[in-house]
Write a protein that binds this ligand. Structure first.
Ligand code: AMP
Ligand code: MG
Length: 339
């Protein structure tokens, strides 16, 4: 039976120790971070890592991110970072940021999907930090969701799908950011965003003067890609979904209205709630921060109404909007209309 520990108000030290011992014993623990919930195992234990892939139904060519609590854990795991990589880590760790570094042999091949690199992240969330610190091990943790489904941002959304598949779920309430970390790799001396997130290209340019976006952020990647996770169906509700965007609001509303069917559910801006003649409207808030915080849970909620179609209002691909659109384009299986 999966145990649920409630750390919403404060961390129970005794239960934290139980969770840490579970990880040390090669078992799985779901825990909150500031981005999304993670399903974690000892990153140095190949069998434990295998059980993450099984619990999620995840393809084994999709690598995991390794979570650390302190820089002192780094030396054992990766080759010495360059000055530029160190600068990025100093600026954005702890935080919603993952840096791809050259791995040492101690990292099992299933963590890195046979690549010679590994993604390293230091969560800022106190529960995540304390769990890693108490375990005193690096924790490999992808997002806590069955593969292809929206990432888990609150325990209510994911506890059924992981019932009896993990030992412990730590409930820390809703995650604050709501989208996964920004994944960066320094390629030919240029910080390159492989997966956009809360840390934006502007944030990175401020530190390093330069930043590139990977080519595949808004389109389907095939064959060999820099970041294997780019290939898969991702973040998707069960019902058919389309994403619509225009920077002219009137046109956006017209476009959406012309696509509405009998039982269409719309996920969009709170201020547009009454502008559509639709079966159900779910508001994702008004600011990019609110949208990022709410979107995964809303994609799951949408399915409950069994709509014939889900239409999502897109946002401008700027700042945090880049990460939101990167997820939404995949959630809608590339059914994207922009005018
Ligand atoms: P998630 O499973 O949601 O935590 O996503 C982890 C993502 O990080 C993967 O899908 C990849 O896109 C990316 N990633 C992790 N490790 C690497 C790596 N060594 N090289 C490139 N991308 C990576
Ligand atoms: Mg994921």
């Amino acid at each position: 039976m999966t145990k649920i520990f409630n750390f919403k108000n404060d961390i129970n030290e005794e239960e934290l120790n139980i969770a840490a011992n579970c990880i040390k014993d090669g078992k799985l623990v779901i825990f909150p971070t500031e981005t999304v919930y993670g399903i974690g195992a000892n990153a140095l234990d190949e069998d434990a890592v295998d059980s993450i892939f099984i619990a999620k139904g995840r393809a084994n060519d999709n690598p995991l991110i390794v979570h650390i609590s302190d820089f002192s854990m780094l030396e054992k795991l990766v080759e010495e970072p360059t000055k530029l990589e160190q600068k990025l880590m100093d600026a954005f760790m702890p935080g919603p940021f993952t840096l791809i570094l050259k791995k040492k042999d101690i990292i099992p091949d299933n963590v890195s999907a046979n690549l010679d690199t590994v993604g390293i992240r230091m969560p800022a969330n106190k529960i995540a930090h304390d769990l890693i610190k108490t375990t005193n091990l690096p924790i490999a943790a992808p997002s806590a969701n069955i593969s292809s489904r929206p990432s888990g941002t609150k325990v209510e959304d994911i506890k059924e799908e992981f019932q009896n598949k993990v030992d412990i779920i730590i409930d820390g309430g809703e995650t604050s950011v709501g989208l996964e970390s920004t994944v960066v790799k320094v390629i030919d001396g240029i910080p390159t965003i492989l997966r956009p997130g809360k840390i934006t290209p502007e944030d990175i340019i401020e530190i390093t003067g330069i930043c590139k976006l990977s080519d595949n952020l808004f389109k389907k990647a095939e064959g060999v890609v820099e970041s294997p996770g780019m290939k898969y169906k991702h973040y998707a509700p069960n019902n058919k979904c389309i994403l619509v965007y225009s920077d002219k609001e009137e046109l956006l509303i017209k476009l959406i209205n012309s696509n509405i069917k009998e039982k269409t559910l719309i996920i969009g801006n709170a201020k547009n709630k009454n502008k559509y003649n639709c079966y159900k409207y779910l508001s994702y808030g008004t600011t990019l921060e609110e949208i990022s915080h709410n979107i995964f849970s809303l994609l799951r909620e949408a399915d409950i109404y069994e709509p014939d179609l889900i239409i999502i209002e897109g946002v401008k691909k700027e700042g945090l909007g880049i990460a939101i659109m990167n997820r939404l384009i995949r959630a809608s299986s590339y059914n994207y209309i922009e005018e």
